[in-house]
Design a protein around this ligand. Structure first.
Ligand SMILES: *[C@@H]1O[C@H](CO)[C@@H](O)[C@H](O)[C@H]1NC(C)=O
Ligand SMILES: *[C@@H]1O[C@H](CO)[C@@H](O)[C@H](O)[C@H]1NC(C)=O
Ligand SMILES: [Cu+2]
Length: 175
């Protein structure tokens, strides 16, 4: 009897320590961003531009409200870089939000840094972009945040979704 009670008490303790946490923990996913040059052709002219994973615009991040995503950024380019999650409020965790020399040091060529995106109340479409000098001109993409499971956007379900990414072409832009 005593043994059974001890096991039972241990189970309660284990639930309090770990169990409760598991159910309310938001899911975490990892993505890989390889920053590298790739050739790109527009209006009959081809040149090398800085990209993420060879794509321009960069990959779209699809997420759900409340999710935490870790983006492993490998800098295989020639410039210092950081990636900024534009419009994500990152409550109490600005440390991997991107602004170079403000919340983090740049990721130097040949190195890797994991940037954590903490989605809290955001829902809808935001974007990410490089946050160091002119690199943002070509290093950017969309972040599409769907409502949590079991909830909906506050409007009827659209028939189609088409992300439109307006590129930046001004070198002096600071955003
Ligand atoms: C790249 O970052 C390092 C570390 O912050 C810095 O010492 C260096 O000057 C930077 N390079 C350029 C070209 O800004
Ligand atoms: C949300 O729904 C998707 C698709 O039905 C499912 O794969 C996923 O596991 C669900 N996530 C949670 C946290 O329940
Ligand atoms: Cu921005």
């Amino acid at each position: 009897m005593w043994l059974i009670m001890k096991v039972f008490l241990l189970q309660i303790l284990a639930f309090l320590l770990f169990g409760g946490g598991i159910y309310c923990q938001a899911s975490t996913r990892r993505l890989t961003f390889v920053v590298k040059e790739a050739s790109y052709t527009r209006l009959c002219s081809t040149k090398n531009i800085l990209t993420v994973n060879g794509q321009f615009p960069g990959p779209t991040i699809y997420a759900k409200k409340g999710e935490t995503i870790i983006v492993d950024v490998y800098n295989k380019g020639k410039e210092n870089i950081t990636i900024h999650w534009h419009g994500v409020s990152m409550p109490r965790y600005p440390w991997t939000d991107g602004p170079e020399y403000i919340t983090q040091c740049p990721i130097q060529p040949g190195s890797k840094f994991s940037q954590k995106i903490i989605l809290s109340f955001e829902e809808g479409t935001l974007w990410w972009h490089a946050h160091s000098d002119w690199t943002r001109n070509t290093v950017h993409g969309a972040i599409i945040i769907y409502p949590k499971n079991g909830t909906k956007y506050p409007f009827p379900k659209p028939n189609a979704e088409i992300p439109i990414i307006l590129g930046i072409s001004v070198v002096t832009f600071k955003g």
